[in-house]
Write a protein that binds this ligand. Structure first.
Ligand SMILES: [Zn+2]
Length: 510
C-alpha cells in the first residue's frame, strides 16, 4: 500500500467559513504562497460559484502557484463546474472538487432528491468535469451519516465516471474514531474500484475529535486528509493540519506514513493565519498555542534544563519556534528589509517596498527591535488590505484623571477626508465614538481584546475587535505601539471587513 499521505488544505475555503474570517484576494494569495512553502500538496482555493470575489481569488491563486495542486469547489450544477474550471484555467496543476450530500437526511430534507437521482447527478457531474480535466475529486457530503452500502455505490459511480480522489467527510463532526476507522475499512472493502482512486477524509471538530478521527482514518487506509491551519473552519472548526502532521512526526511507529510537510513552517504559518483572519489561537492549543512549549512548573523547568526530553515530546525548533530570531533595527537599511521580507515569502514591488520601508522606519523610531511579527503586521496593514473603504488619517485623544476623555479623528472615506470628534467614558470609547459618528456605523462591538505582539514594554499592541451588523460578524485587527491607535485601526479594519462581507452572497457548507 502507498504510504504517502496527501495533505489537502482548505483554510482558504472551509477555514474562511469561520464566522468573521473572510479574507480578501490579496490576503488569500499571501496565505497560498505560505502554504506552498509549508509543503501542502493540494490547496483548496475557494468556491468560484459563491461570489465574484471567490472567482477572482481562485483565479489569482491558480495563476501564481506552480508547485501545489489548486482545487476549486463546485456543486453538481453545470454552471458551478464551468466557473470552477474557468477559475482554474491558468493553474499548473488544477483539480475540480465536486460535492453533493449522500445521507438520507440531507437528500430528503435539503436536496429533495432520491438516492437514484443523486447517483445519476454524481455520474453526470463527474463525467462533465472529466470532459474538461483529468484530476477530479468527489465528496459525499455528510458521508459519515450516509448509509454504508449506498456510500460505496456513490464512490463506485464517482470513480467509474472519472473521479481520481473520493472524499468521505464527517461534515457535522459526529463520528468517533473506532467507528470512523471501521467505516473507512468498510468502504475500502466494499467499493469494487476503490483502488483506482485516493480515499480522502474531511473531519469537523464538533466533539473535539477531528484530529483523532483523521488519524484513525489514516490507520485504516485513508491517504488524503483535508485540514486547515489552526483548525479554523465552520462551527467548531476542521481538523488541524499541525496536529495531524506532528502526531505522524512524533509517533512514526504508530503512523508509518510519510508527508511532504516542512514542519519548521508550521508556526510561522499559524501566526500568519491568525494575523490575516483575526482568529486567535487558544493558549493551550496543541502544537501552535502560546503555551504549547512553555514550562511553568519549577519541577518541569528543572527537568527540561537537564534534558529537554523529560517533558518535551517535540522540539520547538521542529515546528519553527526559533529562539534566535533575526531582528532588524533603526539602522537596518532597505536592502536588509527586502531580504528579510523575501525570506518570509514576500516579493514586493519597488513601490510596495518603499511603503513598507517608510512604515518600518516610523516603527523603528518607537521600537528598538523589529521582529518578524512586526513586519507581518506592517505588510498586512499596508499592502494586503487593498479593499478598504475607510482609512485612518489622523487621531488625537485626550484622557487622564481630570479630563473627560475626548477624541478627534480624521478619516479618508472613498477618497474624501472627513473629520469629527466625540467624548467617551475612556479614550478607546471616545475614539470609537468619533469613528462611528463619521461613518454612521451601526455595528455593535461584541468583543475587544489586546495582546502584546512581541516582548518588551515598547512592543506593539495588537488589538482584536469582533463586530456585528445585521447578522454579519467580522473581526478587525490593528497593531501599533500606541494601544489607542491600535484600537482605532482594529475598529476601522472591522468596519471595512463588514463592508466587504456585505458584497458576498451566502456559501454552501460541506
Ligand atoms: Zn467542511
Amino acid at each position: 500500500m502507498n504510504n504517502r499521505v496527501i495533505f489537502f488544505d482548505t483554510t482558504l475555503r472551509d477555514g474562511e467559513q469561520s464566522p468573521g474570517a473572510s479574507m480578501n484576494a490579496a490576503e488569500k494569495l499571501r496565505l497560498a504562497m505560505q502554504l506552498e512553502k509549508l509543503g501542502v500538496d493540494v490547496l483548496e482555493a475557494g468556491f468560484p460559484a459563491a461570489s465574484k470575489g471567490d472567482l477572482e481569488a481562485v483565479t489569482r491563486i491558480a495563476a501564481k502557484i506552480k508547485n501545489m495542486e489548486i482545487a476549486a469547489l463546485s456543486r453538481t450544477e453545470k454552471n458551478d463546474i464551468d466557473l470552477a474550471w474557468k477559475a482554474l484555467s491558468h493553474a499548473a496543476k488544477p483539480r475540480i472538487h465536486i460535492v453533493i450530500a449522500t445521507s438520507d437526511l440531507h437528500m430528503s430534507a435539503k436536496l429533495n432528491m432520491t438516492r437514484d437521482e443523486v447517483l445519476k447527478e454524481i455520474t453526470e457531474a463527474v463525467r462533465y468535469a472529466k470532459s474538461m480535466h483529468d484530476n477530479i475529486e468527489f465528496s459525499a457530503e455528510d458521508g459519515s451519516r450516509s448509509d454504508r452500502d449506498f456510500l460505496c455505490k456513490v464512490f463506485e459511480a464517482a470513480i467509474e465516471s472519472g473521479a481520481t480522489t473520493v472524499n468521505l467527510p464527517d461534515t457535522v463532526g459526529y463520528a468517533v474514531p473506532n467507528e470512523f476507522a471501521e467505516l473507512i475499512k468498510y468502504v475500502r472493502t466494499n467499493t469494487s474500484n476503490i483502488h483506482k482512486a485516493v480515499l480522502s477524509v474531511h473531519c469537523h471538530n464538533d466533539l473535539g475529535l477531528a484530529t483523532a478521527n483523521t488519524l484513525a482514518a489514516i490507520t485504516a487506509g485513508a491517504r488524503q486528509v483535508e485540514v486547515t491551519i489552526n483548525g479554523i473552519g465552520e462551527r467548531a472548526g476542521n481538523t488541524s493540519l499541525e496536529e495531524v502532521v506532528m502526531a505522524i512526526h512524533t509517533r512514526p511507529n504508530f503512523f508509518p506514513v510519510s508527508t511532504n510537510i516542512n514542519t519548521e513552517y508550521i508556526y510561522p504559518t499559524s501566526k500568519l493565519v491568525t494575523m490575516i483572519t483575526g482568529i486567535m489561537v487558544q493558549p493551550n492549543k496543541a502544537v501552535v498555542g502560546a503555551n504549547a512549549f512553555a514550562h511553568e512548573a519549577g519541577i518541569h523547568q528543572d527537568g527540561v534544563l537537564k534534558n529537554p526530553m523529560t517533558y518535551e515530546i517535540m522540539k520547538p525548533e521542529t515546528v519553527g519556534l526559533s529562539s534566535n530570531k533575526l531582528v532588524l533595527g533603526k539602522h537596518s537599511g532597505r536592502h536588509a528589509l527586502r531580504s528579510r521580507l523575501k525570506e518570509m515569502g514576500y516579493e514586493l514591488s519597488d513601490d510596495e517596498l518603499k511603503l513598507v520601508f517608510n512604515k518600518f522606519k516610523e516603527l523603528s523610531d518607537k521600537k528598538k527591535q523589529i521582529e518578524d511579527e512586526d513586519l507581518e503586521a506592517i505588510v498586512n496593514e499596508g499592502i494586503l488590505r487593498i479593499t478598504d473603504v475607510f482609512c485612518l488619517e489622523y487621531l488625537h485623544v485626550a484622557s487622564g484623571t481630570t479630563v473627560l476623555p475626548m477624541a478627534s479623528v480624521k478619516l479618508l472615506i472613498n477618497g474624501k477626508s472627513i473629520r469629527g470628534a466625540a467624548y467617551g467614558n475612556g479614550p478607546i470609547d471616545a475614539a470609537f465614538n468619533a469613528i462611528a459618528s463619521l461613518i454612521n456605523a451601526k455595528a455593535e462591538l461584541l468583543r475587544f481584546s489586546i495582546n502584546s505582539l512581541t516582548g518588551g514594554t515598547d512592543a506593539q499592541g495588537e488589538v482584536t475587535v469582533r463586530l456585528k451588523e445585521n447578522g454579519l460578524i467580522a473581526l478587525g485587527k490593528g497593531a501599533d505601539p500606541d494601544i489607542i491607535v491600535a484600537s482605532a485601526k482594529a475598529y476601522i479594519n472591522g468596519l471595512n471587513r463588514i463592508e466587504y462581507l456585505k458584497t458576498l452572497p451566502d456559501s454552501p457548507v460541506i
